[in-house]
Ligand binder design. Structure first.
Ligand SMILES: *[C@@H]1O[C@H](CO)[C@@H](O)[C@H](O)[C@H]1NC(C)=O
Ligand SMILES: *[C@@H]1O[C@H](CO)[C@@H](O)[C@H](O)[C@H]1NC(C)=O
Ligand SMILES: *[C@@H]1O[C@H](CO)[C@@H](O)[C@H](O)[C@H]1NC(C)=O
Ligand SMILES: *[C@@H]1O[C@H](CO)[C@@H](O)[C@H](O)[C@H]1NC(C)=O
Ligand SMILES: *[C@@H]1O[C@H](CO)[C@@H](O)[C@H](O)[C@H]1NC(C)=O
Length: 453
């Protein structure tokens, strides 16, 4: 409205301004009146999914009702993957399935470079003529294939930030149809992958467009396979028992664009949908770990840098960074004898020799220094997130060697983000992180999943 007023006063000469302002005032009254008489139910500010950790595969799973009639689909969460994909080959029945046509706006915005002009089998979900094609990817078998891009109904529970609320449905959420073989190595009964990646067809942006909530989401993964963590889509608060809004603890750092896709396969020109942050150094006990910082920058070819992953169970470091970090860590605990390492880890200690703190085993925190100059922040990784209990007696430094010349130099893995809340604010290009919630004496398992009466 303000914009309208400025334009009008600009084009009308001085004597007319008062009248125009009056008209403007009248117009706003009419608008106010009509919006208060239209009794639409309040739109939810946020939605949620519950997340469990599968003990056998260490995958994080959720369930999303999709199709007509609705069928709850068990899905593995992949933070950086570009979209939701499900098995359409076996048992996909839905009266509301719509393939995305080649050349459509949705197809273009998905950055697809493929079109299936003719599918030879009889028409079915996953096989239609003139359909936009994209590449679903299974990171556990490192396999991509081609799939039909489609839209169908999904249903998701709203939240006020402290409890789940009513379910809402949208009929146009974009996803990709995959063949059944792509489910290999996914946890038992899982039917696809929920890609939370940063892009137009990413699930967070699809939800934001469908329900007009902000383009942001927050994940809180639990370390326990017997409890539930949570993903919030849309606005905070994020309230955990005993009544603590953990969004108050968020510290922000910019999310960075990697100009080249880091997926298993991609179309020319597709940027990465992974979430990258600007680690500029690593410190232990305040001492800088000597690493080649060139590896921390993202090159124009899309190599290097630091991303966050829910499909890598432990943080993976490029070989020279891995060696430098493990050496510095050993030095920081020089007085404590190490025990025989347990693969895939190389640095292990007897639990009794480390002692324990509120935030896990008593080891110095590993500090990721983020951002530059006046925007510098630190993400401290405390014992509960740095050490892994490989058995009742032995704790190992939970970082692994990512090899020489990996695409991405640092991949922050799932163990390092458990019991931390991470907010991916896509619209404002920033990551909010809390560090360990154990400091505040709560955990990701403390969201109250009981619906309010
Ligand atoms: C695609 O078109 C071809 C030829 O026009 C037709 O034979 C075929 O049945 C169609 N396939 C599907 C899946 O509709
Ligand atoms: C640091 O890494 C870059 C990128 O891999 C490499 O070109 C350079 O030679 C490395 N520098 C040193 C001192 O190892
Ligand atoms: C990394 O990139 C930043 C910003 O572009 C630049 O200032 C810095 O010199 C680069 N560091 C290295 C080691 O190349
Ligand atoms: C760890 O320490 C305990 C008690 O000091 C000892 O009984 C146990 O054998 C040790 N375990 C290993 C793997 O060293
Ligand atoms: C950082 O410095 C830049 C340039 O000096 C300034 O524009 C920006 O507002 C500063 N940011 C913060 C968070 O202080």
């Amino acid at each position: 409205m303000l914009h309208l007023q400025i334009v009008l006063t600009h084009i009308i000469n001085g004597t007319m301004v008062a009248k125009i302002n009056f008209l403007f005032f009248f117009l706003s009254l009419v608008l106010l009146f009509s919006s208060s008489t239209a009794k639409t139910p309040p739109r939810p500010r946020a939605f949620l999914l519950s997340v469990t950790k599968d003990a056998a595969t260490k995958q994080y799973l959720t369930s999303l009702p999709q199709r007509t009639p609705l069928v709850p689909e068990k899905l593995t969460i992949d933070l950086g993957q570009r979209f939701l994909w499900v098995d359409c080959e076996k048992g996909y029945v839905s009266s509301t399935y719509k393939p995305v046509p080649c050349g459509s706006v949705t197809c273009k915005r998905s950055l697809s470079g493929g079109c299936v002009e003719t599918c030879l089998a009889p028409p079915s979900p996953g096989c239609n003529n003139n359909t936009c094609s994209h590449s679903p990817y299974n990171p556990f078998i490192r396999t991509s294939t081609s799939g039909e891009l489609a839209q169908d109904v999904i249903s998701i529970q709203s939240t006020d930030g402290s409890n789940p609320g009513k379910f809402f449905s949208s009929n146009g959420v974009v996803f990709d149809c995959a063949p059944s073989f792509l489910l290999e190595k996914l946890a038992k009964n899982v039917k696809g992958i929920l890609g939370l990646g940063n892009g137009y067809v990413g699930f967070p942006t699809q939800l934001a467009n469908a329900f007009r909530v902000p383009r942001k989401f927050a994940i809180c993964l639990t370390s326990s396979p017997t409890s539930r963590g949570v993903v919030f889509f849309g606005d905070s608060p994020y309230i955990f028992l005993p009544g603590m809004d953990v969004s108050k603890r968020l510290v922000y750092t910019p999310l960075l664009i990697n100009p080249v896709s880091t997926a298993g396969s991609y179309f020319q020109g597709e940027p990465s949908t992974d979430y990258f942050i600007g680690v500029t150094s690593i410190k232990i006990n305040g001492n800088v770990v000597p690493i080649n910082t060139t590896l921390l920058n993202i090159t124009k070819d899309g190599n290097g840098g630091t991303k966050i992953s829910t499909v890598d169970p432990y943080t993976k470091l490029e070989t020279s960074i891995y060696s430098a970090l493990t050496m510095a860590f050993i030095k920081s605990l020089a007085k404590i004898p190490r025990v025989k390492p347990v693969a895939p880890f190389k640095v292990c200690y007897n639990r009794t020799s480390l002692g324990s703190t509120r935030v896990g085993p008593g080891v110095p925190p590993i500090e990721l220094v983020l951002g530059t100059k006046n925007t510098t922040t630190s993400w401290n990784i405390w014992g509960a997130n740095s050490m892994v209990a490989v058995n009742n007696e032995v704790l190992c430094l939970g970082f692994v060697d990512g090899g020489v010349e990996p695409t991405t130099s640092i991949i922050i893995g799932a163990h390092q983000i458990e019991e931390n809340l991470l907010q991916f604010d896509i619209a404002n290009k920033r990551l909010g992180f809390t560090s360990s919630l154990l400091f505040g004496q709560t955990t990701c398992a403390n969201f109250n999943f009981k619906s309010k009466a």
